[in-house]
Design a protein around this ligand. Structure first.
Ligand code: COA
Length: 326
């Protein structure tokens, strides 16, 4: 049976840059605190005309071009996002129409920062069972739309960005070798947006109370993130019969440079094998891993035949890891 692999990648970032110095003017914080505690120096913020679907289409076109495919070749479109254009319909529907893809299956997937790994794992099943030949998976987040720029615990961390991967059948030994996904809803209240959904519809009161903004218990999440990413990474490496020394690249979700460093150290991965772009883009949630992937592919850091480990953690809480031979 053929394996599923990533045939092309693409990414799109909003134009506007928000530096730590800009944030110093908005909340009581400092460049030194943000850099030391998170590793972030700047992040992107989408303008009014830059929507989740528009940036997704830009990223998708680049990924299709790299894969040598046309929108009509797609059998499935999965948009992983927790910041959709609107609650109804799915952002995937807008992407499909704007790309000019045929009326293939297209849907959104909500797994927060683990979303791209959830997406490629779903795509892999469709490809391996033969029900899809080419699947577009997008990680797209404009979390700045849900950020309270008076809350220093969250506004310094998150940034906007989008990236895409086109998956299709590849010849073994290439392709996805092992994957594992988890959700633990007991931690749902550690990272959430209280209002705007059916539990608490948007009202004057919810808006005045700032309940449409992201709330995060960062300190508690930090420990769960490190433990979960370490654990799931070990398990997929064992499943794939790959030891850390054999890896060419480790791409962790860019949540916090200190989380990356803690996971790397626990796994025993050589520092040179870890990719990090958090200083330039911040935490872009479901776009984080595919933006890294795209940068690595385009810069030649990731080459065909290389073994890559990707590991993520996000709201839900969700976590997962994938090992693949590029
Ligand atoms: N600037 C300056 N000080 C800040 C600050 C900021 N932006 N944010 C928090 N602080 C302060 C706190 O108020 C606290 O002050 P106090 O000691 O006087 O009470 C102090 O810094 C330490 O706060 P704490 O929350 O313990 O900081 P931290 O070292 O845990 O860093 C995060 C905060 C959010 C950066 C970190 O916890 C984190 O990255 N968490 C994980 C997030 C995550 O994984 N989310 C899920 C995946 S997206």
């Amino acid at each position: 049976m053929a394996s599923a692999g990533i045939l092309g990648t693409g990414s799109a970032l909003p134009k506007k840059i928000i530096t730590n110095a800009d944030l110093e003017k908005m909340v009581e914080t400092s460049d030194q605190w943000i850099t030391e505690r998170t590793g972030i120096r700047e992040r992107r913020q989408a303008g009014p005309d830059e929507t989740t679907s528009k940036l997704s289409v830009q990223a998708a076109r680049k990924a299709l071009e790299m894969a040598g495919l046309k929108p009509q070749d797609l059998d499935l479109i999965i948009c992983s996002t927790i910041s959709p254009d609107m609650p109804l319909p799915s952002t995937a529907a807008f992407i499909q129409a704007e790309l000019g893809a045929r009326s293939c299956c297209a849907f959104d997937l909500a797994a927060a920062c683990s979303g791209f790994l959830f997406g490629i794992t779903v795509a892999e099943k469709f490809i391996r069972t033969g029900s899809s030949r080419h699947v577009l998976v997008i990680g797209a987040e404009l979390l700045s739309r849900y950020l309270d720029y008076k809350d220093r615990a969250t506004c310094v961390i998150f940034g906007d960005g989008v990236a895409a991967g086109v998956l299709g059948a590849v010849e073994p030994p290439s392709g996805i070798l092992a994957e594992e996904l988890h959700t633990e809803g007991a931690y749902a209240d550690h990272l959430f947006i209280p209002a705007g959904g059916t539990a608490k519809p948007a009202s004057r009161e919810t808006v005045e109370g700032g309940e449409h903004y992201i709330k995060m218990r960062g300190n508690e999440l930090f420990k769960v993130a490190v433990r979960s990413m370490e654990d799931v990474s070990r398990r997929v490496l064992t499943q794939a019969q790959v030891c850390p020394e054999q890896l060419s690249l480790f791409i962790p979700h860019q949540a916090n440079q200190r989380i990356t460093e803690a996971v790397r150290e626990r796994l025993g991965v050589n520092p040179e094998k870890v990719y990090s772009n958090i200083s330039r883009v911040g935490n872009t949630s479901s776009a984080s891993i595919p933006i890294c992937l795209d940068e690595c592919v385009r810069s030649g850091r990731l080459k065909r035949g290389d073994l890559v480990l990707m590991s993520a953690f996000g709201a839900g809480v969700t976590w997962g890891a994938v090992v693949m031979r590029w």
